[in-house]
Design a binder for this molecule. Structure first.
Ligand code: HEC
Ligand code: HEC
Ligand code: HEC
Ligand code: HEC
Length: 197
């Protein structure tokens, strides 16, 4: 969680710096340098929601990613925060808001809850919890193109993350009040949703 807050701080600082550089002469085209570390497209892309991915990623030929995800606990992560157990955990931590409205919980149990409306597509639903775009990146810019050209999709923010535990560990760590440990091989196997050969 601390990492995410730090990251948010860095992103906000970059935005403020670049706004300060851009606004006086109103010239947007010259200053991209402040964003060098993060792909500019992904910074502006919208989270469009699971509904926009599973149009294609549901058939047997594609690997039934929709069914596999819906049967996983990631799809239940937002709903989980409404359970009595969650209310008790939040109370013990001194959190006054209901867990499904508390940033302290949503940061790992949902996506996009803290973003302005212009970053959310009209089929985005925060109740989808940990969803495709949580791991694969905000989809508005790569959605159409990656189906024909995966590399072009990656240039527009598609993250595939094969063999990469880093994203998982942003949530699967000791800041989780119920942390059960994490083993990339085992846990990736448990949520595997490959395209069949
Ligand atoms: C129009 C249909 C369509 C939509 C909508 C769609 N995809 Fe895809 N996606 C595909 C196809 C087809 C491929 C396989 C491309 C290939 O391997 O040539 C693919 C491949 C992928 C891959 C694997 C890339 C790789 O390296 O093999 C990921 C990850 C992915 N899609 C995620 C998503 C996400 C997340 C969304 C929603 C934001 C989404 N897709 C929406 C059709 C679609
Ligand atoms: C918790 C993170 C996470 C979520 C949620 C998630 N994926 Fe993935 N997905 C991954 C990772 C990581 C890989 C790479 C798998 C590997 O390393 O074997 C992957 C691989 C894929 C692939 C490529 C499979 C292949 O055989 O090359 C597709 C397509 C895909 N995901 C689509 C989706 C769709 C559609 C959703 C939502 C219904 C989704 N994913 C939800 C993490 C996630
Ligand atoms: C945005 C935060 C987040 C990320 C990123 C994330 N997870 Fe999770 N994961 C959760 C939460 C929250 C739960 C518990 C959901 C519940 O039980 O309500 C969970 C549960 C699981 C489970 C439990 C079993 C099941 O059926 O779902 C597995 C396995 C898992 N995650 C694997 C992974 C892997 C592998 C990755 C990386 C590819 C990953 N997760 C990335 C938040 C995340
Ligand atoms: C750092 C990320 C993170 C934060 C913050 C977080 N969770 Fe979770 N939560 C997870 C993960 C990952 C799991 C899967 C089990 C684990 O912790 O390894 C999970 C699982 C759960 C479960 C299911 C536990 C079980 O026994 O199956 C509950 C309930 C829960 N979280 C409630 C909360 C509440 C309430 C908050 C806010 C006070 C919260 N979580 C904050 C990541 C997080």
């Amino acid at each position: 969680m601390t990492n995410r807050i730090l990251l948010l701080g860095v992103v906000l600082t970059l935005l403020i710096i670049s706004a300060a550089l851009i606004l006086p002469d109103n010239n947007r085209s010259t200053d991209q340098t402040a964003f060098a570390a993060t792909p500019p497209v992904a910074d502006e892309a919208q989270y469009i929601g699971v509904a926009q991915c599973v149009i294609c990623h549901r058939t047997e030929a594609q690997g039934e990613q929709e069914r596999i995800w819906r049967e996983s606990l990631h799809a239940y992560a937002f709903e989980r925060l409404k359970e009595e157990q969650s209310v008790e955990i939040a109370q013990e931590m001194g959190i006054d808001t209901p867990p499904h409205e508390a940033e302290e919980c949503l940061v790992c149990h949902a996506t996009g809850f803290d973003l302005p409306d212009e970053r959310l597509g009209n089929r985005f639903n925060v109740e989808d919890g940990v969803q495709c775009e949580t791991c694969h990146g905000a989809g508005s810019e790569y959605r159409a193109i990656h189906a024909r050209d995966v590399e072009a999709g990656k240039e527009r923010g598609l993250i595939v993350g094969r063999g990469d535990a880093d994203r998982c560990i942003e949530c699967h760590n000791e800041n989780s009040p119920t942390y059960k440990g994490f083993d990339f091989e085992r846990d990736m196997e448990a949520i595997a949703h490959p395209v069949p050969d």
